[in-house]
Write a protein of this length. Structure first.
Length: 162
């Protein structure tokens, strides 16, 4: 993003003095230069959780296959339609399936360290992910740990506690 974009944006803000407008322009420009823009920003935010979102080894869990290279999820060979956020959420849970992850960890991993989201936002996205996985029965993989966060259940089907 260049200064012209910021100037256009600031021109639409009412009641700014010339000095205030210039100070904001300098702050926005410095922030953009420090953190990058465009694809670099997306890659940096995606890497916030330590997962390379555009690659990595495929994972398989109880008939659920996650392929980061193709950004694809399959259940017994059949593709499941997931949004980018749902894919990242599922992949993060699968990569950390042996422990409970907090909502804050999920926010940092899925949206990036600089995202300002309420922890309960994660609950809504988990609900949508469960809904997408429900037809195959894999919605039961996502276990809520009350007051803490979530865990992906990695025990084989048929071995769950009755």
């Amino acid at each position: 993003m260049n200064n012209g974009c910021f100037e256009t944006l600031l021109a639409s803000v009412p009641r700014l003095t010339g000095h205030q407008r210039q100070a904001l322009l300098q702050a926005l420009t410095a922030e953009a230069e420090e953190h990058g823009t465009g694809a670099g920003t997306a890659a940096r935010f995606g890497d916030a959780g330590g997962l390379p979102w555009d690659g990595g080894a495929p994972m398989s869990l109880r008939g659920l296959d996650i392929d980061p290279q193709r950004h694809e999820v399959r259940v017994h060979g059949r593709a499941i339609e997931l949004s980018r956020t749902q894919f990242r959420l599922l992949r993060f849970l699968a990569a950390h399936r042996h422990r409970v992850v907090t909502r804050e960890e999920v926010i940092r991993a899925v949206w990036g360290a600089r995202a300002y989201l309420e922890p309960r936002t994660v609950d809504a996205h988990v609900r949508r992910l469960r809904r997408a996985l429900r037809p195959s029965g894999h919605d039961r993989l996502i276990r809520t740990v009350r007051g803490v966060g979530y865990q992906l259940d990695s025990t084989p089907f048929g071995e769950e506690a009755a």
